[in-house]
Design a protein around this ligand. Structure first.
Ligand code: B12
Ligand code: SF4
Length: 473
């Protein structure tokens, strides 16, 4: 019987497929190991589901994002340690990548894996499979940290491996149909690159991937997606890459692949405004012909001063040009905006609301998502806050509650917070594709948004009565 490698994805609010676990599970030699992926989002009793798989297991691997997923990851790790004290528990993903040493303060975690995990985890599993290798001595395995004689050892980092050298992701490891059902659409999540070359000072990517970027060859990507489409009959591919449009030539070749193979699939991806600005109409037309239906654009702020401060390396002019191109090509777009950066003046928040209004007014296919800044760790802004005495969580328990420390950013006034929350609510009514019967409500909401006038919120009260979930937090 092959030894088992059990992988766990913590509970979360969305049903994106667990691509990190797919990646590391697919890398393992399946002639040698049986790989089992358990997703906390799909289980009524996640602890029971994991414990039921431990017979014959070599280790448990968990993928951990900062915030709420830590809560579930801790619960599972502790239950496993209580049941099987000698079974190594390995944490990988973004949080342990940023805090490999600190995460090991938790007794139920034995190993942390930093950044790209395939090769590191593969070597760890091979080491654990050696006879009499119960609690791990992982000396010499780059890209991980572990405890030796009670002290934490952080091994040297592992260089980013070209994703073309890694095997395709084996989707039979997860119940793809169940994800389609939970998403409410036959949409496959797919990752075509890792890392990012940019340097935005609020983002963890430059710290974790050191501004490296590796992307799949278009021919391989085309063949993989075609085979997956035959198998799973999905209608849409959601590219979960940090920056899908990094290489113009690669994007064009991917569009060619979709067209040549007659894939007849819609696809979506992330587009930086500077990349959108450089995309010529011919290529954009080819992309839409190949199925591109929506792009996600990180606008982040309506103030050029703030954009420069956060080293976004885009201009507002590029945002407008990107939006204009999307409109011209009837492309849907989600523009992300963050308000409440440390020290952000009220005028800049107002600038962000203004750009949101103008973008929404440009096309019914445009959406704007506004987030309040939260000092996620692993970037220059968070480092500066730490230097200035900001109290970040210190334990895993505290990090688990991080998402909920406050309903709003500490750096926006109560008044601005209300304004933004009101705008977030009314913009949904004001713009977009609405049934003609809803036009009067739309016009009223548009009038409100344009004037920032949210007194006497009669429509809101009615809608919240009908739909309690829409209530503001
Ligand atoms: C899909 C996604 C989600 C999904 C979760 C998917 C899931 N796992 O269930 C959802 C929608 C829930 C989500 C939510 C959020 N996300 Co998110 N998300 C992503 C996204 C776009 C793709 C993740 C992915 O599948 N990547 C592809 C795989 C192959 O890469 P990977 O997961 O990193 O895995 C590799 C390594 O990390 C490692 N690895 C991963 N797991 C494991 C496990 C083991 C055992 C080992 C050994 C190795 C290992 O090996 C893998 C292969 O190399 C990433 C950006 C990105 N492209 O990575 C952001 C990203 C992970 N999200 C991020 C953020 C900030 C958020 C939000 C806070 C956003 C928000 N403002 O609301 C929320 C809330 C998170 C929370 N606290 O709950 C940050 C990470 C922040 C952090 N410190 O954790 C990222 C990096 C985006 C960014 N650049 O800021 N997200
Ligand atoms: S925000 Fe996007 S573009 Fe900026 S560093 Fe992060 S992943 Fe790269």
């Amino acid at each position: 019987m092959r030894p088992k490698v059990v992988l766990y994805n913590p509970q979360a609010v969305f049903y994106t497929m667990p691509l990190g676990l797919l990646a590391i599970g697919s890398y393992l030699d399946r002639h040698r190991y049986e790989v089992v992926i358990i997703d906390g989002r799909l289980e009524s009793d996640p602890v029971g589901a994991v414990l039921a798989q431990l017979e014959g297991a070599l280790c448990l691997g968990i993928s951990v994002l900062t915030g709420r997923p830590i809560h579930d990851a801790l619960r599972i790790s502790r239950a496993v340690k209580a049941a099987r004290p000698h079974l190594p528990v390995v944490w990988g993903g973004w949080h342990p990548s940023l805090f490999p040493r600190e995460t090991l303060d938790e007794p139920s975690v034995d190993v942390t894996v930093i950044a790209q995990g395939e090769e590191t985890f593969g070597e760890i599993v091979d080491r654990l499979a050696e006879p009499a290798m119960n609690l791990p001595d992982l000396t010499g395995i780059a890209g991980c940290a572990f405890r030796r004689d009670g002290a934490v050892v952080v091994n040297p980092p592992r260089p980013l491996r070209d994703v073309n050298d890694l095997p395709p992701h084996d989707y039979t490891l997860i119940p793809v149909e169940r994800f389609f059902g939970l998403k409410g659409k036959r949409q496959l999540d797919y990752i075509s690159s890792q890392g990012c070359r940019f340097r935005c000072t609020f983002c963890a990517d430059p710290y974790v991937y050191k501004r490296g970027w590796v992307g799949l060859e278009p021919a391989r990507l085309g063949a993989e997606i075609e085979a997956l489409a035959w198998r799973y009959r999905f209608h849409e591919v959601a590219f979960q890459d940090e920056t899908f449009f990094t290489s113009r030539a690669r994007v064009e070749a991917i569009a060619d692949e979709f067209i040549r193979r007659r894939l007849d699939l819609a696809w979506t991806g992330t587009l930086r405004a500077d990349q959108g600005h450089r995309l010529d109409d011919k290529l954009l037309a080819k992309c839409t012909r190949s199925g591109l239906r929506r792009v996600m654009v990180g606008v982040e702020s309506g103030s050029q001063t703030m954009l420069d401060w956060m080293k976004k390396d885009i201009t507002l002019e590029q945002v407008w040009q990107t939006a204009e191109k999307c409109r011209r090509h009837r492309l849907g777009a989600i523009f992300n905006i963050i308000v409440g950066f440390p020290g952000e003046p009220d005028e800049s928040v107002a600038d962000s609301l203004n750009i949101a209004k103008q973008l929404r007014a440009m096309s019914p296919d445009f959406q704007v998502a506004i987030f309040f800044y939260k000092p996620y760790p692993g970037n220059p802004i968070a480092d500066e806050l730490l230097r200035r005495g900001y109290r970040f969580p210190r334990t895993l328990e505290e990090w688990a509650g991080f998402d909920y420390i406050a309903g709003r950013s500490e750096w926006v006034t109560e008044e601005k917070w209300r304004l933004v929350e009101n705008f977030k609510f009314y913009q949904q009514l004001a713009w977009g594709h609405h049934h003609p019967l809803r036009w009067p409500v739309s016009l009223a909401a548009r009038w409100r948004c344009q004037r920032d006038f949210y007194d006497f919120p009669l429509e809101k009260a009615i809608i919240e009565r009908l739909r309690p979930a829409a209530r503001l937090s």
